[in-house]
Design a protein around this ligand. Structure first.
Ligand SMILES: Nc1ncnc2c1ncn2[C@@H]1O[C@H](COP(=O)(O)OP(=O)(O)O)[C@@H](O)[C@H]1O
Ligand SMILES: [Mg+2]
Length: 383
């Protein structure tokens, strides 16, 4: 969708901001460009919408060489979000959002109706915020308007240059979560600049780690964290890259252990094959757990699992990150957590134990996983 071929940019004073860059962003992909200040991220970005012209090389958008496209036409295909949003101070939030479609010839009423939808989409109730002026918004709310405005002309491509850089960490976390949710439904092709490695690995389908004007590594977050290509990348992602990898590695069904299972209306079992069993309801949804010791002591005629089951607090949907899994274990002081289907009412899939978590983390980099056999990390908890 966006392709760079040997692109360089030298400024008049001799600074080489970008040096022989070649890479491609696929349609619907979110690529983060990450690197220290001054490494050429903004220059890369501005060459895509021709705010800056390259000195050498060519850039293609959907197969078209952009140097042959009229810049104004080009920018209609590309939404642009920057840190200092640049909202018109004398226009309401709704009119700010409706500006571009209106300029493109959409009738004002229609443009405003679409703007209201977009504000809703980015988490701003148009009835509450639509008639406010930019100065009446918080920094985070202004950034949301910036995103809504960039989406207003429904461009296939979004360029985002440190869009969440100026807001506090809690707001940034919200904006990131919402942007990911939004991107899942919109499926735009996104080039997202940040100097924050945490943000880069959280948002990016792939990340490009910049050195001075060059890409040092271009790969998935787990590959970059798991196997940095150079010492520079290893240094940039940090010594805690193993921990960061927890947050970009999802729990998969294959990571789960299958413990003994009983149902709520079963008679209380006198014996279990393990120290505990998971308790499910009639629909095989997670209810809780029961300990073998307790079951043995309490077993008498007529007693059912229902009378003695305990609720399970430590659970997550499949696809949640290993970091969430680890945090959930710590929070509940649990030796294992239950994992349920993400799309159903809570159908039980299996349990994740610390050993399986460790194994999943090693699985997440092919290089590491090759020599781990399941048997090596066989677990004690169940047996
Ligand atoms: N108009 C300009 N003239 C000269 N040098 C520039 C200009 N714009 C940016 N640079 C230089 O190009 C390099 C890359 O800048 P930039 O792309 O803004 O980096 P980043 O966005 O990664 O912080 C820096 O050394 C910067 O000082
Ligand atoms: Mg910049």
């Amino acid at each position: 969708m966006i392709r760079f071929e040997h692109v360089s940019k030298r400024y008049a004073d001799g600074t080489t901001a970008v040096d022989g860059l070649s890479f491609e962003v696929n349609a619907g992909e979110l690529v983060t460009l990450v690197g220290p200040s001054g490494c050429g991220k903004t220059t890369t970005m501005k060459m895509v919408n021709r705010l800056i012209e390259p000195t050498e090389g060519r850039i293609f958008l959907d197969g078209d060489d952009i140097s042959a496209i009229d810049p104004v036409q080009l920018r209609r295909r590309i939404g642009y979000v920057i840190q200092q949003v640049g909202l018109f101070p004398h226009k309401t939030v709704l009119d700010n959002t409706a500006t571009v479609p209106h300029l493109l010839g959409v009738r004002r009423a229609e443009a405003r109706a679409r703007a209201a939808e977009l504000l809703d989409l980015v988490g701003l109730d148009p009835k509450v915020f639509g008639e406010r002026y930019p100065e009446q918004l918080s920094g985070g709310q202004r950034q949301r308007v910036g995103v809504a405005r960039a989406l207003a002309a429904d461009p296939p491509v979004l360029l985002m240059d440190e869009p969440f850089g100026a807001v506090d960490p809690v707001v940034r976390d919200h904006l990131q979560t919402e942007f990911l949710r939004l991107q899942r439904t919109l499926g735009k092709t996104v080039l997202f600049v940040t100097h924050d490695i945490e943000e880069a690995v959280r948002l990016g389908d792939r990340i490009a780690v910049y050195g001075q004007g060059r890409i040092e590594q271009f790969d998935t977050p787990s590959a970059v964290l798991g196997a940095p290509a150079t010492d520079y990348v290893a240094d940039f992602v940090g010594a805690d890259r193993g921990l960061k990898r927890l947050s970009v590695t999802p729990i998969e069904e294959g990571d789960l252990e299958q413990p003994p299972v009983v149902h709520l209306d079963d008679p209380l079992p006198r014996e279990l094959d393990a120290r505990w069993a998971v308790v499910l309801d009639q629909e095989d949804n997670l209810h809780g757990w029961i300990s073998a010791e307790h079951a043995r002591d309490a077993a008498k005629k007529g007693a059912t699992v229902r009378d003695h089951a305990r609720r399970m607090e430590a659970w997550l949907p499949v696809g949640a990150s290993l970091k969430q899994a680890f945090a959930t274990m710590l929070q509940h002081d649990a030796g294992w957590i239950a994992v349920i289907d993400a799309d159903s009412e809570g159908r039980f899939l299996g349990v994740l134990t610390p050993a399986r978590l460790h194994e999943a983390l090693r699985r997440s980099t092919a290089a590491d996983a090759r020599d781990v056999a399941r048997a090596d990390v066989a677990l004690e908890i169940i047996r």
